[in-house]
Design a protein around this ligand. Structure first.
Ligand SMILES: *Cc1c(COP(=O)(O)O)cnc(C)c1O
Length: 223
């Protein structure tokens, strides 16, 4: 990716975000997290120099490598992938600003225990499988609200900030929109939740129109 491409890609995505955002609410803020998992530290740096500050990875090892390579830049690093138990301590040591993928009670229990042992806290989002797809992890839409409050009360070193979901894997826009509506409804029923993370390269405009406050965009930015 050239520097010119980085600027152009970022411009295009931000223009689309603005267009959708203004249809919902003048005052609405939508945060863009650039997902760099298929990309290199050099390309992250080019987007950074174009003005992007938040980046995300889906593997703990890749997060570590990119963080170290770009150590001198004040990047806000997010973690968006499924977290294996044997990687929990590694992730804690990397201190991501937000972990989007708290997807089971077991993981919450383990993560909280390991955070307590290190005397650290982590901002997390509860991942919800809003489209009810077997291929996706996350809490089912029926249990999500209860689990959100349960985790918030019980696991005190996890700072639950909101909900994350991946839109329905479908060509049918109505199905995708339906999955976003489900996610937004869950978000609205979670006390103190401020972040609704939904929308990726192929569907972030729909997600914003349905109330997303944070989108995770990979391929549209790194091309
Ligand atoms: C890869 C990934 C994204 C970005 O996907 P694109 O379609 O490339 O924008 C967003 N969220 C998660 C959880 C991902 O793994």
């Amino acid at each position: 990716m050239t520097k010119e491409n980085a600027i152009k890609n970022l411009d295009e995505v931000i223009t689309k975000i603005e267009f959708s955002r203004l249809q919902v609410d003048n005052h609405k803020i939508v945060q863009l997290v650039a997902i760099s998992k298929y990309s290199t530290a050099e390309d992250v740096q080019k987007l950074y120099e174009s003005g992007q500050r938040a980046f995300g990875e889906n593997k703990v090892q890749d997060l570590k490598i990119k963080q170290e390579a770009l150590d001198d830049l004040p990047i806000a690093w997010h973690f968006v992938g499924s977290l294996q138990k044997n990687k929990i301590n590694n992730l804690i040591d990397l201190s991501p600003v937000l972990m989007h993928s708290l997807d089971s009670l077991d993981l919450a229990e383990d993560l909280d225990k390991k955070l307590k042992a290190k005397n650290k806290k982590m901002n997390c989002l509860l991942q919800v499988n809003s489209a009810c797809e077997d291929s996706k992890s996350g809490f089912s839409k029926d249990e999500a609200i209860d689990m959100y409050h349960k985790i918030k009360e019980k696991y005190t070193n996890i700072n639950l900030k909101g909900i994350m979901s991946i839109g329905a894997h479908s060509e049918d826009r109505t199905q995708i929109i339906e999955s976003f509506k489900t996610t937004k409804n869950i978000f609205d029923n979670c006390q103190g939740a401020t972040i609704c993370s939904m929308g990726m390269s192929g569907d972030f405009e729909m997600a914003i129109l349905e109330g997303s406050s944070m989108i995770r965009v990979g391929s549209a930015l790194f091309k």
